[in-house]
Design a protein around this ligand. Structure first.
Ligand code: AMP
Ligand code: MG
Length: 510
C-alpha cells in the first residue's frame, strides 16, 4: 500500500501531466488603435506535433518547458489552442521590396499571439509564423514549409550564439498538412520570439497614408518599448532615429564580420529593435567573395554581402522619411534633423566594422594602415576563394615567431604565397604591439567563430527533416550553439562543402 506521501507524489505527477502551459501575456500592441492590425485567430492545423522546443529560451521567457512539451502545449504552439490572455493579431505594415514601394504587406502568414515579460524584465513577442491566412495574405496560403522554418530556427540560434541581435525560435511544430510550393512540402509552424516586430515598413504604412497621428502613436510606442531614454531628449523623434541608425549600423557591421548575407533587406524586414529578422534566402558564406548572393530572386545582387552597408543606409532613409512630419516645425527643419541623424550611420558602421576587422586579425589598438591591412587580406581571400570562416579562425592559430604555424591558414588560399606576402606586414604589425602571443590567439578565438551553420549542413538537416529524421538538425544546433569553442568531435562541421554539396541558391521562406 502506498504511504500518504507516495500517494501525494503520484497525484502531483498526474497533475503535472495535465498541467496547461501558462503565459503571462501583456499585449501592448493590441492596445494600439484598431487600424494598426487585424484581429485574427490562428487557423488550426490538422495534427500538431512538437518537433523541437527551445528549452533554454523557454526558461528565459519564464515558460514551463515541460508543460509546453505536452499535447496541450503543442496545440498552443501550433495555433490550435489560444492560451489565456493571448490576443492574436496580424500586424499591418508596408515596405520597399527591391526598392519598389508596396503600400500594404502586413503579417500574411504570421500572427502575434501576445507579449510577455521575460525573466530579465524584457518584453518579448510570441509570434506564430505559418499560422494561417489573415487580412494581409493576398494570394498566399498563410502557411510555412518545414525547410524554411528549420533554416530560421538554426540560423537564429547560431546568430544568437555569435552574440548578434536576432529573433529566435521557441519551437518548431509539425502541422500534419502539406503545403504547395515549387513542389509539395511538409507544413510547419515556427514560434518566433522577438524584442519587437515593428519594422521600418510599419512606419511607412502610416506615413504613406499621411496618417501622421498614427506615425506619432507608433513612434511613441517604440520609444516607450525600446528607447525610453529618447522620451527625455530635447527632440525625442530625432533621438529615436539616431538610436535606430546606431542599431542598424551595429547589426550590419556584425553580419559583415561573420560573412552573413541576409538576402532580403527589404524595409519590411528591418526591425526597429535592431534584431536580425525574417531569415529567408540567407546564408553564411563559405568561400569569400564580396558580391556573393544566395537569394534565387536577387538577380542584380542588390542584397549581396558587400551591398549590405549601403542598403542599410537606404532603408534608414526610408525610416527617416516616414518620421519627417514629427521631426520639425517645417519641412526644412525636419529634413535637417533627419540628415543629422542619418549622417551618423557611416561613422557608426565604420567604427564597428573596422574595429571588428582589427580584432579579427589580432590587433589590439587602432593605428594608421590597419584598415588597409585588413582590406588587403579580404582582397586576397576573394581572389583566392579562401573560406571566410576558416581563414580567420586559422589565422588565430599562427604564432608570430614560427612561420611553420602558418600551414593551416596558408591552406585556405588557392595559392598560399598570396597569404605569405600579406603575412610579412601583418607580422611586423603584431610585433609592434605589446601583447603576448597566447593572449592574442585567445582573443582571436573569441571573435573568429570556428562553427557557422554552413549552407550545405542546413540543407542536409532540411532534407533529413523532410524524411522525418531530426538527428542532423540536433547535431547542427549543438555545434552552432558553441561557435567559438574548439569542438574536436565536430571538426567535420568546419569543412566547406565539397563541389557536390555546394548550395548555390536559397529560396524565400514562402
Ligand atoms: P517575406 O518575404 O517572408 O518577408 O514576406 C513578404 C510578405 O509576403 C509579407 O507580407 C508576408 O506576410 C507575405 N507572405 C509570405 N508568404 C506568405 C504566405 N505563404 N501566405 C501569405 N502571405 C505570405
Ligand atoms: Mg518579411
Amino acid at each position: 500500500m502506498n504511504s500518504p506521501s507516495d500517494h501525494s507524489s503520484i497525484e502531483r505527477h498526474a497533475l503535472d501531466r495535465t498541467r496547461a502551459p501558462v503565459f503571462r501575456f501583456d499585449n501592448s500592441y493590441a492596445r494600439l488603435p484598431e487600424h494598426f492590425y487585424a484581429r485574427v485567430p490562428p487557423t488550426p492545423v490538422a495534427e500538431p506535433g512538437l518537433l523541437r522546443l527551445n528549452r533554454p529560451l523557454a526558461e528565459q521567457l519564464g515558460l514551463d518547458a515541460d508543460a509546453l512539451s505536452t499535447p496541450a502545449g503543442a496545440a498552443i504552439l501550433a495555433g490550435n489552442r489560444i492560451p489565456d490572455g493571448a490576443e492574436p493579431i496580424a500586424m499591418a505594415y508596408a515596405g520597399h521590396q527591391y526598392a519598389q514601394f508596396v503600400p500594404s504587406l502586413g503579417d500574411g502568414r504570421a500572427i502575434l499571439l501576445g507579449e510577455l515579460i521575460d525573466r530579465a524584465g524584457r518584453r518579448r513577442d510570441i509570434h506564430l509564423k505559418g499560422a494561417g491566412r489573415t487580412a494581409f495574405s493576398r494570394m498566399g496560403d498563410g502557411r510555412a514549409a518545414l525547410g524554411p522554418v528549420l533554416r530560421e530556427y538554426v540560423l537564429g540560434e547560431a546568430m544568437a550564439a555569435l552574440g548578434i541581435p536576432t529573433t529566435r525560435a521557441l519551437a518548431m511544430v509539425a502541422t500534419g498538412e502539406e503545403v504547395y510550393r515549387e513542389r509539395i512540402e511538409v507544413g510547419a509552424v515556427l514560434v518566433r520570439v522577438a524584442a519587437g516586430h515593428v519594422r521600418v515598413g510599419t512606419f511607412e504604412y502610416f506615413a504613406r497614408r499621411n496618417d501622421t497621428e498614427a506615425v506619432k502613436t507608433l513612434a511613441d510606442y517604440v520609444i516607450a518599448r525600446h528607447d525610453p531614454d529618447c522620451a527625455e531628449a530635447e527632440q525625442p523623434y530625432q533621438a529615436l532615429l539616431e538610436q535606430v541608425v546606431a542599431r542598424q549600423a551595429e547589426l550590419i557591421a556584425q553580419w559583415m564580420l561573420v560573412g552573413f548575407i541576409h538576402g532580403v533587406m527589404n524595409t519590411d524586414n528591418v526591425a526597429i529593435s535592431g534584431e536580425t529578422i525574417d531569415y529567408g534566402p540567407c546564408a553564411f558564406m563559405d568561400a569569400f567573395h564580396p558580391q556573393t548572393v544566395y537569394s534565387s530572386i536577387d538577380h542584380f545582387g542588390r542584397y549581396a554581402w558587400d551591398q549590405q552597408p549601403r542598403i542599410g543606409y537606404w532603408n534608414l532613409t526610408q525610416f527617416a522619411n516616414s518620421l519627417l512630419p514629427l521631426l520639425g516645425a517645417d519641412e526644412d527643419e525636419a529634413r535637417q534633423r533627419a540628415r543629422a541623424a542619418l549622417d551618423r550611420y557611416g561613422k557608426a558602421f565604420e567604427r564597428r566594422y573596422y574595429g571588428g576587422l582589427r580584432a579579427k586579425i589580432g590587433l589590439l589598438d587602432a593605428r594608421a594602415g590597419d584598415e588597409d591591412l585588413a582590406l588587403d587580406l579580404l582582397g586576397r581571400m576573394a581572389a583566392q576563394q579562401a573560406d571566410f570562416t576558416n581563414t580567420f579562425r586559422t589565422l588565430g592559430e599562427v604564432s608570430a615567431d614560427d612561420p611553420a604555424s602558418d600551414a593551416p591558414v596558408r591552406a585556405q588560399f588557392a595559392d598560399p604565397s598570396v597569404f605569405d606576402q600579406w603575412a610579412v606586414p601583418w607580422r611586423e604589425r603584431l610585433a609592434s604591439q605589446a601583447r603576448p602571443d597566447s593572449e592574442r590567439q585567445a582573443a582571436m578565438r573569441a571573435v573568429n567563430p570556428a562553427y557557422i551553420p554552413r549552407n550545405h549542413r542546413v540543407q542536409q538537416a532540411i532534407d533529413a527533416a523532410n524524411d522525418g529524421d531530426l538527428a542532423p538538425l540536433d547535431r547542427l544546433l549543438e555545434v552552432v550553439s558553441r561557435p567559438f569553442a574548439e569542438q574536436p568531435e565536430h571538426v567535420e562541421y568546419r569543412r566547406p562543402p565539397r563541389p557536390d554539396e555546394v548550395v548555390e541558391r536559397t529560396f524565400c521562406g514562402t
